[in-house]
Design a protein around this ligand. Structure first.
Ligand code: NAI
Ligand code: MG
Length: 360
């Protein structure tokens, strides 16, 4: 057996506490079948209940505590009636992203069986790509300011920052991902016709990086038509790489084209493993359905598959995705949750997927 991977498990708030145990159940089944050593440790911080008790979202030593882990398996944070969202989010997730230099945000966009795409006439297999978003610089900088406030001359500025290190490392990750996939295609999101300094720079770095990956086909679109093509021609894409702002938009638009929010996973990755990477569903804590055991656990379970792939266990990750697809395709209403047309529970769906993963 391999050296154990240390996983910090943080359920957070609301349905996070309901879907995380199902995610762990499936990970344990995969670990057993593929002979992977996973060592889980649970934490109650990064939740609004922790905040109400301690006056802060996390203990002072959160950084040193979590640094001992390879990955964070995260549920969701936020309960606006108890704690304002900017306090809960900035006191936890945003700190992880920044302090752990999780410069890749990765989201798969894949149409699963049994899930109706809002796009007409699309079937499983038609849509299958990744959005790779730069997660640490770009348009989301704190450089800028306000002058002559409250007067007629009032103005504000905010500057985009693109560093060679920052751009190159996200491009390298995206090219390597494209190289590992059968289609070997990379699409770059740009806007160099309108944003005349930073975006031509981005394009320049893409051109230079492309030379190192001659087996990967590269194309690029301006962000406006690229967004349209996500809807009109989602089959064109394999790996799409984008700056922080463009990636933020594309990584919501892509998964939205493939159906319910309950199934979408995401990863915030520090590829070198210098810091822990974080795996979480796209959805939040869903206070409207929390406590009823009806949340769809697939977004959490699929995030676990991304985590295994990140840890180098591609086959195990793929087995989880196959199990998810098999259960969805079978369409047993007593197993599936309400958001995908069933009348089952978080537990019935989680257990069905875990059993398939275990059985092989
Ligand atoms: P949300 O994603 O929690 O819920 C949006 C809608 O989708 C709700 O109607 C909910 O019932 C439904 N939904 C979400 N996940 C589902 C699942 N697994 N199965 C079935 N239905 C599901 O977004 P909302 O309501 O805007 O935010 C609620 C709280 O979550 C807020 O405090 C927000 O800040 C936080 N949030 C946290 C995120 C995170 O931890 N990364 C991401 C998004 C929101
Ligand atoms: Mg977003």
């Amino acid at each position: 057996m391999s050296k154990p991977h240390r996983i910090a498990v943080i359920p957070g708030d609301g349905i996070g506490t309901e879907v995380v145990p199902e995610g762990v159940r499936v990970l344990e089944a995969a670990a057993k079948r593929f002979n992977i050593a996973l060592d889980f440790t649970d934490f109650d911080f990064a939740s609004c209940d922790y905040y109400l008790e301690h006056g802060q979202m996390m203990p002072d030593d959160w950084f040193d505590t979590l640094m001992q882990f390879d990955c964070i398996f995260f549920g969701a944070v936020g309960w606006p009636e108890k704690v304002p969202d900017h306090v809960s989010l900035w006191g936890s997730l945003i700190k992880f992203r920044r302090d752990f230099d999780q410069y890749i945000n990765l989201r798969p966009v894949r149409l699963l069986p049994g899930i109706k795409s809002p796009l007409a006439d699309r079937k499983p297999g038609d849509i299958d790509f990744y959005v790779v978003r730069e997660n640490t610089e770009g348009e989301y900088s704190s450089l800028g300011g306000r002058m002559y406030g409250g007067t007629e001359r009032e103005f504000v500025t905010q500057q985009t920052v693109m560093s060679r290190i920052g751009v190159d490392r996200v491009l390298k990750y995206a090219y390597e991902l494209a190289q590992s996939r059968p289609r070997k295609k990379l699409t770059s999101a740009t806007k160099s016709n309108g944003i005349s300094i930073t975006m031509p720079y981005w394009d320049e770095r893409v051109k230079e990086m492309a030379v190192k990956y001659p087996d990967v086909a590269t194309d690029q679109f301006h962000i406006d038509i690229l967004s349209a093509n996500f809807v009109l021609h989602p089959g064109w894409f394999d790996v799409v790489v984008a700056s922080n702002l463009f990636g933020d938009i594309l990584s919501d638009l892509g998964p939205a084209c493939t159906g319910t929010i309950g199934v979408a996973p995401s990863a915030s990755i520090n590829p070198e493993g210098k810091f822990p990477s974080l795996f979480e569903p796209v959805h939040g804590s869903a206070p409207d359905i929390a406590g009823r055991g009806i949340a769809n656990p697939i977004g959490q379970i699929w995030s676990g598959a991304l985590m295994l792939e990140h840890l180098g266990h591609k086959e195990a990750g793929a087995a989880i995705l196959t199990a998810i697809e098999t259960v969805l395709a079978a369409g047993d209403k007593s197993v599936l949750t309400g958001d995908v047309g069933g009348n089952g529970t978080t537990g019935t769906l989680g257990r069905a997927i875990a059993e398939l993963v275990a059985g092989g």
